[in-house]
Ligand binder design. Structure first.
Ligand code: SAH
Length: 258
């Protein structure tokens, strides 16, 4: 990551419920509205950051990423939010730190191989190793004691028992995957995919084009099956938003100590 500390690190979520706890911790924020989105510039744990809600979906996420890079000069982008678990052992309450990201609904075959972003030669975009390693380390620490972080009731309500950190492929597409049939089809097509969401791979593609480091960390909110919509909103605001704040804060504090 570029060490110029007068340039901000960008923290992005799709929805307010995912980033609410973090936004509440930014005391000296300044709001700048671009393209209908509010960009909050301020400090957290001694680091200059710009926090923004991209809104849902790949186009919304790509637009937001482009503004972060061009208008705010972001020196890295970290996406934090929720995702549906695909791999059998990726459970609600676990955290996935992406190593690579792919758009599962992109298919220009037979002209280009399925999933490949035309003219880039890539289907799987790599996340920045240094940031992802650091996020995985702080995630393990945050998850080691969910009861202290969330309170006994929330931990109990969502049966958060020994949540785990996973690292691997994260897939994105413009679909909320909410049937067992659809998640089974994705597991079949992409057996190494850990989780599915709707923004990460789009931001990874933009960051790749601009040569800026990117990382994604997602709390599993559902299993991308017929029960996926269940307690979704409550889970996001009472669990995922607090995981995001704890994770991002711990990571920024780590950077400030270096
Ligand atoms: N029911 C929600 C839908 C939000 S879309 C609502 O009405 O607000 C889901 C958001 O969470 C997206 O930003 C996506 O990135 C992520 N997500 C969580 N679970 C997902 C799943 N099963 N499939 C796709 N995206 C998912």
């Amino acid at each position: 990551m570029n060490e110029a500390t007068n340039l901000p690190i960008a923290i992005v979520s799709a929805m307010h419920e995912e980033l609410g706890a973090l936004l509440a911790q930014m005391p000296d924020e300044q709001r700048i509205t671009v393209g209908g989105r509010d960009f909050w510039v301020g400090h957290l744990q001694g680091q200059l950051i710009v926090a923004v809600l991209s809104r849902i979906g790949k186009v919304a996420a790509a637009t937001t990423a482009t503004v972060l890079l061009e208008r705010f000069g972001a020196r890295a982008i970290v996406f934090t939010g929720v995702a549906g678990g695909l791999a059998p052992d990726v459970r609600v309450g676990d955290v996935v730190v992406a190593t690579r990201l792919l758009q599962h609904d992109l298919d220009a075959s037979p002209i280009f191989p399925k999933y490949e972003v035309p003219l880039t030669g890539h289907a799987r975009f790599a996340a920045d190793t240094e940031i992802s390693d650091a996020l995985a380390a702080v995630a393990a620490d945050v998850l080691s004691d969910p009861v202290t972080l969330l309170g006994e009731k929330v931990a109990d309500d969502f049966a958060l028992d020994a949540p785990r950190v996973h690292r691997g492929l994260l897939i994105s597409g413009d679909r909320f995957v909410s049937t067992a049939a659809e998640s089974e089809a994705l597991r079949h097509a992409l057996p190494d995919a850990l989780a599915v969401e709707m923004e990460g791979a789009a931001v990874a593609q933009v960051c790749h084009d601009f040569g800026v480091p990117f990382a994604a960390v997602r709390t599993i909110s559902d299993r991308a099956d017929d029960a996926a919509h269940g307690d979704f909103t409550r889970f996001v605001s009472s669990v995922a938003s607090r995981y995001s704040l704890a994770l991002v804060s711990a990571w920024l504090a780590m950077l400030s100590q270096q």
